[in-house]
Design a binder for this molecule. Structure first.
Ligand code: ADE
Length: 270
């Protein structure tokens, strides 16, 4: 997997990508992160990458020329396309490289988008600064827009690092444990079950007995139920999309009934 990052702040990236799992993945050649300074693709004396908006108003807007030139130069192709959505899709398919604009206006990033993007060999991430981008970048260059959540940051650099991190750990061999990413929260549509390590008793708090039993089927069942319980309590919205077995549904039904009974009992007491 090769990440091509376009930014006005390349200095933001080295410390994170030179650390821990991402560093090892890079050293082992499993991923490559190339960071390109958009300013290197300007031709005027002041290396301008932004300008005032037509029509007035506050803030500066990122100019189209350096971004188009930077991406076309790095990819070695004419990446731009004309109007219609069909053409836009055709162009994206032709180049086969997602050209992603990081913006609070994009689709909200999640594990399934990370999985979808992890299937590509190469991804372009464009980080914005200032008030916004010249709209022609959206209309004629990018194939996707991604937001990391409904809040506004000062730029796309942190969102790009977040995407690099979550997509990298899905690449084969990046995690030491080959099944490492399978049980993650969100990977199976549920929050992950609780973990415990030594000591078995800490300040009087014991770990659940079943984890010491060595009975793998029992432990698997307990973990599945804990994942369901957590998701039910913390993120019930996720249960609507989760892939649930008959037993899962039965367990959730039981939880719901217990909860309803408790509500009835407390209102009876009042
Ligand atoms: N740039 C600024 N805010 C952002 C967000 N929430 N997601 C992606 N890019 C951004």
């Amino acid at each position: 997997m090769q990440f091509e990052v376009f930014t006005l702040l390349p200095e933001v990236f080295p410390s994170y990508i030179d650390t821990s799992i991402i560093k090892r993945a890079r050293e082992r050649g499993l991923i490559t992160v190339r960071v390109h300074n958009i300013r290197d693709y300007t031709h005027d004396k002041h290396h301008m990458t932004d300008d005032t908006p037509y029509g007035g108003g506050g803030g500066m807007v990122m100019k189209p020329e350096p971004i188009f030139e930077a991406i076309e130069s790095v990819l070695g192709v004419d990446a731009s396309f004309d109007d219609s959505l069909e053409e836009r899709e055709a162009s994206a398919q032709d180049v086969k490289i997602p050209i992603i604009l990081l913006t609070p206006q994009g689709r909200v990033f999640n594990q399934s988008i990370a999985q979808e993007l992890s299937q590509h060999d190469r991804i372009v991430l464009i980080c914005g600064r200032y008030e916004g981008f010249d709209e022609r970048i959206r209309e004629h260059l990018v194939t996707d827009e991604i937001s990391i959540g409904d809040y506004v940051l000062t730029g796309g650099e942190l969102p790009a690092l977040i995407m690099i991190d979550s997509i990298s750990r899905l690449q084969p061999d990046v995690l030491g444990d080959p099944t490492g990413a399978q049980d993650d929260s969100h990977a199976m549509g549920l929050l992950e079950y609780p973990h415990y390590t030594r000591p078995p008793e800490f300040r009087g708090w014991k770990i659940p007995e079943v984890l010491l039993s060595g009975a793998h089927a029992k432990i698997d069942k307990w973990r599945r139920e804990q994942a369901l319980l957590r998701t039910y309590k913390k993120r019930p919205d996720m249960l609507e999309k989760a892939d649930l077995s008959k037993e899962d549904k039965k367990f959730l039904e039981k939880l719901k009934n217990e909860e309803e009974r408790e509500v009835r009992e407390t209102s009876d007491e009042e």
